[in-house]
Design a protein around this ligand. Structure first.
Ligand SMILES: [Zn+2]
Ligand SMILES: [Zn+2]
Length: 209
């Protein structure tokens, strides 16, 4: 490995460490995240689910009276109650899969907006990839999404994840060790690379990278 390569991979590792810290600070919980899915979308899905259950039930019931041979599940035709229950179960299973896709699309739409990304474009991408590639669109989104804006460690104002300095208080958001010049995070008391004492990093006294 040449000096240059070592330096590039070194700074990459430092950056990854910082991104990991930011991601950890995001502290995403499933139900909190689910709450950003638009309410209207959730109720629409619930309504569609109930409608599907109703239609399936009445079609099956109509067949029971007019054409019992066409009832749901050939094995269950002799016991109508089981036929109704099995059909309700099948409708529920299909609905759960479809609902999770719809909610994921709604989530991507809101989450992209929250992270300052192009939400219309990302929503379109996951929808376009859905029929042929199912989860691949979502996978790309979750790997590519920007970190969320976070609070400045010094003044508490919200700052973008790509900012180098806080626009409000000039706090250095990418502090580096004054001794070895490698990037450290604001919670470090000592430099993880050379053990230099960092003191209060949040004071903004450290040299910039
Ligand atoms: Zn600040
Ligand atoms: Zn150091």
């Amino acid at each position: 490995m040449t000096d240059y390569q070592q330096k590039v991979s070194g700074s990459f590792n430092e950056r990854m460490r910082l991104i990991r810290l930011r991601r950890k600070k995001e502290n995403l919980r499933f139900w909190d995240e689910f709450r950003i899915v638009p309410r209207g979308l959730i109720w629409t899905v619930v309504g569609l689910f109930l409608a599907a259950q109703g239609i399936a039930f009445f079609v099956n019931r109509w067949l029971f009276f007019h054409d019992p041979g066409g009832m749901f599940a050939p094995d269950l035709r002799d016991t109508p109650v089981w036929s109704y229950l099995a059909l309700a179960g099948a409708v529920t299973a299909v609905s759960l899969v479809m609902a999770s896709f719809i909610f994921l699309i709604g989530y991507v739409n809101r989450d992209a907006k929250r992270r300052g990304m192009n939400s219309a474009l990302w929503t379109l991408l996951v929808i376009v990839l859905l029929p042929a590639w199912t989860f691949v669109g979502f996978l790309i989104y979750f790997l590519m999404r920007e970190p969320m804006p976070y609070d400045c460690p010094q003044c508490g104002k919200s700052v973008g994840a790509r900012f180098n300095f806080c626009p409000n208080c000039k706090c250095n958001l990418h502090p580096s060790c004054p001794n070895c010049k490698r990037e450290v995070v604001e919670t470090d008391k000592f430099c993880p690379y050379c053990a230099h004492e960092l003191g209060a990093v949040t004071s903004g006294e450290l040299s910039q990278s």
